[in-house]
Design a binder for this molecule. Structure first.
Ligand code: ADP
Ligand code: MG
Length: 205
């Protein structure tokens, strides 16, 4: 399979536009969203492995890792959960299935106007993954579904399209590499997501 480029669904584009332009000021929630997705993927694999132990591929310890790289300006979140195949990627990270999206967009605009950001708005409406674009200029997802051979790399800068290509990944699960925007790394930044102390205190929250 050659590298493909796909357009995001119109509602996704609208949502991404809001995320990229960061009208929602509570940036740090991206971490909670990505960790909760990793945890959901582990729960799903755990559940499926009860009837099909082979899915674990001999890897019985479930783990989520956060890996900051101050030199590369990246934060990587990886899990050894269920992972995604090509269809999963296109359905889950290209479109917004929930019909509540329009309502979400309206609420988000309202909360901007009122200057009162509802902390759980994003989580409530189930658009968690896209919050990564509040802090990242580019999001790269490398994933392989448990029990399947082919891995995929999904990548987007959040400006209307994403690319999809085949790749190698020995372990099942998902690795998300955030190429952090200039306000979100470095010692001078008030929100330095390559700083271990900052990450530790956020994870505790
Ligand atoms: P929600 O978690 O409410 O479904 P998200 O926007 O956070 O919404 O995630 C969208 C979907 O993308 C998830 O439902 C899941 O199917 C998929 N997904 C996201 N992150 C992961 C991950 N780490 N592993 C496997 N699937 C994931
Ligand atoms: Mg989620």
């Amino acid at each position: 399979m050659a590298k493909e480029t796909h357009e995001f669904q119109a509602e996704t584009k609208q949502l991404l536009d809001l995320m990229v332009h960061s009208i929602y000021t509570n940036h740090e929630i991206f971490l909670r969203e990505l960790i909760s997705n990793a945890s959901d993927a582990i729960d799903k694999l755990h559940y499926q492995s009860l009837t099909n132990g082979d899915l674990l591929e001999g890897d019985t310890d479930f783990e989520i890792h956060l890996t900051p790289d101050a030199d590369a300006h990246t934060l990587t979140i990886s899990d050894n959960g269920l992972g995604m195949n090509k269809q999963d990627l296109m359905e889950n990270l290209g479109t917004i299935a929930q019909s509540g999206t329009k309502a979400f967009l309206e609420k988000l605009k309202e909360s901007q106007d009122a200057d009162s950001t509802d902390k759980d708005l994003i989580g409530q409406f189930g658009v968690g993954f896209y919050s990564a674009f509040m802090v990242a200029d580019k999001v790269t997802v490398v994933t392989r579904k448990a029990g399947e051979e082919q891995a995929y790399k999904w990548e987007s800068t959040g400006d209307g399209e994403y690319s999809l290509e085949e790749c190698q990944k020995p372990k099942h699960g998902t690795t998300i590499i955030l190429s952090l925007g200039k306000d979100f790394y470095g010692d001078d930044s008030e929100e330095n997501y390559t700083d271990k102390m900052t990450l530790q205190s956020l994870v505790k929250k």
